[in-house]
Design a protein. Sequence first.
Length: 204
Amino acid sequence: MRVLLVNGRGFTLTETVVVIALFTILSLSITGMITQIYKYNSNTIEQANEIEQARRGMLTWVRDAREMTFAATGAFPVELLENHRMGFYSDIDQDQSVEYIEYVLSTSTLRKFIYEATGTPPTYSTTTPTRTEILSEFVRNISQSQLTFRYFDENGVLLASPAAMITDVRYITINLVINIDPIRNPGEFMLQGSATPRNLKDNL
């Protein structure tokens, strides 16, 4: 059996089936490549968006940490220093009322907890935050054993036991390893920032 073409020449049935099979395989290959390109581009865009969100969160931390000050209760500006958690007092909204702020990385989510002072004389209750902000949901520091916060004294020496040396801290760094999907490209991206709290300087 032969399949005739317009010019009188034709393909055998076997040749026709082979051509159709090759065309199908080629089409599927091209479709698969296009799908992978779209997936890669989608992941790249999502990663870029998450990096930007984390960057804004880090800049918020830098601003808050620089402006930390003595609490409304008179407590020292720094309250809590841990590898993935930091608590301090700061007037973050410039309303002349000092808030207690905690930045906490839990699993892969970095959150900011805000506690307002209440009562007369003022007190801070950390039972329920006044507000909570999610700064990033894809921080991989803990899974990669990377410290989120590092604390240094006035000579730039890393504090060996920051929780026991709170009054010695003068300089703080933050590092965030961002990756929305560790098993896909693009890979991780590290953000780094630092703050020198103004109200902890020895010459004030």
